[in-house]
Design a binder for this molecule. Sequence first.
Ligand code: PLP
Length: 376
Amino acid sequence: MTHPFLDLAPLGAAQFASIEDRVARLLRTEQDVVIMQGEALLPLEGAIRGTAGPGTTALNVITGPYGQTFGNWLRDCGATVIDLAVPFHTAVTAGQIAAAFEEHPAIDFVSLVHAEAATGNTNPVAEIAEVVRRQGALFYLDAVASVGAEPVLPDAWGVDLCVIGAQKAMGGPAGVSAVSVSERAWARMAANPAAPRRSYLSLLDWKERWIDGGRSALLHAPAQLEMLALEACVERIEADGLETVMTRHRAAAAATRAGARALGGGLEPYVHANHEAAPVATTLRALSGAVASDLVALALNQDPTLPLAAGGGALAAEMIRVNHYGVDATRGAVQASLAALGAALTGRGLAVDTAAALRAAEEAFDRTVNARGTDA
Ligand SMILES: *Cc1c(COP(=O)(O)O)cnc(C)c1O
């Protein structure tokens, strides 16, 4: 018997290249786009190990857990690392980046996470990119949680290494990812004796054996299922329109924030400023003594399909994540999440106004959708 996941025809080089081209179009980039056969941590690590070495002075911006990981890889490569950490309830500013360059003129590499699903903040990349470009540093961007939810424009911004994954706002598979690579970044890798070569982490292997060979022969059998799923999710975004998909995420975030404020019961948006809140996912702070992970557990007991999670690690006590991305970037997912959190808070003896929360969410969602086009 045939099975939808099994007995697939082999995925050839031409189709692989055409999926890369589609991803490049989604990113509006003329740079080389390399698709990698693994979760986004693969190109995230490969790009750092390819470009950083003992001669590198890296400014590593920490606005959540991923920034911490990047700093550790950079140090492992022998780079001098200047960590710039900001509280997780805010974003970093271009002014802070400029000040870091002033204090450390040797900085020649900047690593930044665009949006953090884990902390719910988003950073002003366009403004930061201007500073980085002026200084001539190589710019590495983790856009896994922003692509599909807000504009990601490596060429317009001058990002040298832009990593994306499909599993968040793109509504796609987790087991495949991509990175756009500028000419400067390729040159840095080629000149780096410690860059991975003949390795699964190697971007240079793909440059030399795939791109420079005219993309005619793959390095190994491609992960068919993931590649087909990636193609399907890009196709779906093209059909819906990227602008529409991004608007849905922005609307879901605005609705969640407005709904939480109206709900009461000690919930409030974790990220204070609206413009620093990521469209991909909204984090909430549980005050009034309720433990965030308990509230999430209660809500998921009612409905295990809700896009709710507690914050990771130490944040589990105080942070609720509403992961309204991909298929959950809808009015319905936001309202169901707010209603379930309202019930959980009531269960903990706290006073809430769920009807007001649902109304506020509805209004904010509509306002965002209707404002579309006027804010472009
Ligand atoms: C989700 C995410 C990733 C991918 O990591 P997972 O642990 O597989 O979810 C990478 N970077 C950022 C900023 C993310 O939000």
